[in-house]
Design a protein around this ligand. Structure first.
Ligand SMILES: Cc1ncc(COP(=O)(O)O)c(C=O)c1O
Length: 395
């Protein structure tokens, strides 16, 4: 039985063309880009070519791209970097209750350091209201950080609209675009952002490499102190193969994005329709239309997410409950709680995320297997038996 991978939001397999592009940078062109000899200069050329590629894909200048080790590092650098650089100007940050932990945790860290953080609520689809952001901005606000798309429920935030407000009010605006970069076409000017985080392993590139876009003129306090790499903005020897891999992944994304996006969205819609046709007491989490092309997040009544995942895994199907980063935590997903789900509904949640290698036959397989799993699990649930018996007698 061929294994079926439907957890592309957690990570993606590295595209073979990306591996091929990275390969020479492990042994042939292995120099340190900071060295002045030819080994070093060849590696530097590769890093600068990659910077140009990433920058042009965002409509940015090469000098506005800083390579990092991950989406998490980019988020941390953006938030703590702005906060520390603007201590004298103000101590207020605005974000939402549905951000990734890579934004939530640095925000909590800053609260412990004396900053004031406003965590704005979202509606039942996971959308933040731009007018609430406008109302929350004070003379002390130094940063607004709102994710482009939610990694758990796929909801796309009105980033361009928010960016107009922050620009008018003269407040720096960061977006975590880890789930959208390479999957949707946009530039930093389309989005009106000053800072944008991205990560290679979500777009068929290697793990352990990311980037932060920093608009010219925006000053951040560096968080890595050491050498003078990245224009003194981020010390540490460059991950040259990783950076080359990121650039190749961007190149492939530009080639495939539009066709891939509509193919995957059609499979997503087939999966959603099929699940609703075959399983009762199921709800779609996230926005019905304003959502990532590859995201299906559902709550199945009277079923535990973990039990469904383990049963699916036994049948060779990989998906997740909420974000992969919380797969070791027993806490209910903060995102599902923020959109108003009860503890029971969060426990019954499943996230399928589709990708480049997802085939229609795999969606058919899920639609055949999951309803049987749900029936079996519900047969063991006294609560479900009592409500279905009640329904049978008209109660
Ligand atoms: C929205 C979002 N932000 C940040 C991250 C962290 O990225 P990385 O795994 O590169 O640290 C993730 C990863 O799941 C994510 O989905």
């Amino acid at each position: 039985m061929k294994a079926i991978y439907l957890d592309y939001a957690a990570t993606t397999p590295v595209d073979p063309e990306v591996i091929e592009a990275m390969h020479p940078y492990f042994r042939e062109t292995f120099g340190n880009p900071s060295s002045i000899h030819s080994f070093g200069q060849q590696a530097r050329t590769a890093v600068e070519d990659a910077r140009e590629k990433v920058a042009s894909s965002l409509g940015a200048k090469p000098a506005e791209i800083v390579f990092t080790s991950s989406g998490t590092e980019s988020d941390n650098y953006a938030i703590k970097g702005i906060a520390c650089a603007n201590r004298r100007k103000g101590n207020h940050i605005i974000t939402t209750t549905v951000e990734h932990h890579a934004v939530m945790e640095p925000s909590h860290f800053l609260e412990r350091e004396g900053f004031e953080v406003t965590f704005l609520p979202v509606d039942s689809h996971g959308l933040v209201d731009p007018q609430e952001i406008a109302r929350a901005i004070t003379g002390k606000t130094v940063l607004v950080s709102i994710m482009h798309a939610n990694n758990e429920i796929g909801t796309l935030q009105p980033i361009a609209e928010i960016g107009k407000i922050t620009r008018e009010r003269g407040v720096c605006f960061h977006t975590d675009a880890v789930q959208t970069f390479g999957h949707m076409p946009f530039t930093v000017d389309d989005l009106n952002v000053d800072l944008l985080s991205l990560s290679a392993h979500k777009l068929y590139g290697p793990k352990g490499v990311g980037a932060l876009y920093i608009r010219q003129g925006v000053r951040l306090e560096p968080h890595m102190h050491g050498g003078e790499q990245e224009g003194k903005r981020r010390a540490s020897t460059h991950n040259v193969p990783g950076i080359v891999g990121l650039a190749k992944a961007v190149d492939l994304a530009q080639r495939f994005m539009s066709e891939e996006g509509s193919r995957i969205a059609a499979l997503r819609d087939k999966l959603i329709r099929g699940l609703f046709d075959r399983i009762d007491r199921v709800r779609l989490n996230g926005h019905p239309d304003r959502r990532l092309a590859n995201n299906v997040n559902i709550s199945v009544g009277y079923c535990e997410g973990e039990a469904m995942i383990l049963s699916l895994d036994l049948m060779g199907i990989a998906c997740s409950t909420g974000s992969a980063c919380s797969s070791t935590s027993v806490e209910p997903s903060h995102v599902l709680r923020a959109i108003g789900l009860s503890i029971e509904e969060t426990r019954g949640s499943l996230r399928f995320s589709l990708g480049r290698y997802t085939e229609e036959s795999e969606i058919d397989q899920v639609l055949e297997v999951l309803p049987k799993i749900v029936r079996r699990l519900r047969a063991m649930s006294p609560a479900y038996r009592s409500i279905s018996a009640g329904r049978g007698t008209g109660g």
